[in-house]
Write a protein that binds this ligand. Sequence first.
Ligand SMILES: Cc1cc2nc3c(=O)[nH]c(=O)nc-3n(C[C@H](O)[C@H](O)[C@H](O)COP(=O)(O)OP(=O)(O)OC[C@H]3O[C@@H](n4cnc5c(N)ncnc54)[C@H](O)[C@@H]3O)c2cc1C
Length: 394
Amino acid sequence: MAEHDPDEKRVDEAIERLLRDHPPGTTPEREFLGHQYDLGLAWVHFPEGHGGLGVSPRLQRNVIAAVAAAGGPLGGAKNPIGYGMCAPAVEVHGTDEQKTLLRPLFTNEHIWCQLFSEPGAGSDVASLAARAVRDGDEWVLNGQKVWTTLAHISSYGLIIARSDPEVPKHRGITAFIVDMAAPGVEVKPLRQITGEAEFNEVFFTDVRLPDSMRLDDVGRGWAVSLTTLMNERVSIGGGVPPRNSGPIGQLLEVWADAGGGDAAQRDELTRLWISAEVNRLTNMRAAANRKAGTPGPEGSVGKLAMAELNKEIYSFAMNVLGAEGMLVSSYSEHPPKVALFGDDVGKNFLRARANSIEGGTSEVMRNILGERVLGLPGEVRVDKELPWSQVPRS
Ligand SMILES: Cc1cc2nc3c(=O)[nH]c(=O)nc-3n(C[C@H](O)[C@H](O)[C@H](O)COP(=O)(O)OP(=O)(O)OC[C@H]3O[C@@H](n4cnc5c(N)ncnc54)[C@H](O)[C@@H]3O)c2cc1C
């Protein structure tokens, strides 16, 4: 297929140029990523000039595989929220001026965070209460966000706030890009079960946002949110790693190191392996079918399956490890980074608990799949047409 697909040929030629002219071994990381962006290999499905080549997102796999094989940096690894969620929203909804932020986002010069969840608005994020009030060419922002991953090292945040309380909740929201160093932005860490504080509370007190940093039209914040959330689900659960890698690969290592288990445990291991493989192949098929643009509800399939499976895999690994599994040898309260799964199985067991909450809970994924894929009756939504200001809240 590679030889007959002109888009794939273009991508492969650009990859060849990138690796030939800027070998990862001798090119500083940020510089390498800059060249990757300029050649359209940052997000291949974005338009030319914005880090892409306007081709199918499935071809990003070619870039990832070739750059990894050459020992180059994995684009987005240090800036996962920016890369996987904020960038697609800026690309779809942003102005040309705002899109100039995509290059420094990709090179990790600017880390980004996503400011959606609030203490009173998580699953039902459209009920959010942070207020944006227009004042001439500016907006004044007040409110609180929570669980904001990487806010403590972010230069920019993608925020949604209530601009009109007198219309139903989905219609009165506006999205902005916020400078996290602006006066009135306060970030406080929240420590997780792993000991790390990868996320934060963020407080906004009379923060002034220029109207030029508004994303899309006033009142179109819900559309921006959907673009972000759909991409988030694919970004979290839609990956196509090599067979036997990631959590299932780690379980196989634990199993081999422990010298295997009894027949019942072997059955369980096999069941988990089959589930991991089914999930991997399903994601591969979804990626092949995905056209450029915002992913559909299929992203929720991968997200739901990944979250539940990771929890099962690491619970089973704990059983295989026995008492040793209770040790978290790399426990640390310091690293201010996103906790990707590492070598420490005990820590991964703890981190996997969050998989079924972050990016939308498993219950919410099931609701989306039930309604939008299976066509089941929708949930009862009594506040859908009520002006937000008239909805009772605690
Ligand atoms: C590690 C981690 C990182 C995160 N990073 C970010 C981030 O960077 N930015 C950001 O904005 N947010 C972030 N979040 C927040 C995350 O999106 C929310 O936690 C999530 O959407 C759930 O919201 P909530 O915590 O308010 O729970 P709630 O919405 O209060 O839900 C509580 C329980 O009720 C269930 N429930 C709620 N509604 C329904 C329903 N309609 N049907 C069935 N069950 C329901 C839920 O499944 C859950 O079990 C992060 C969370 C975690 C754990």
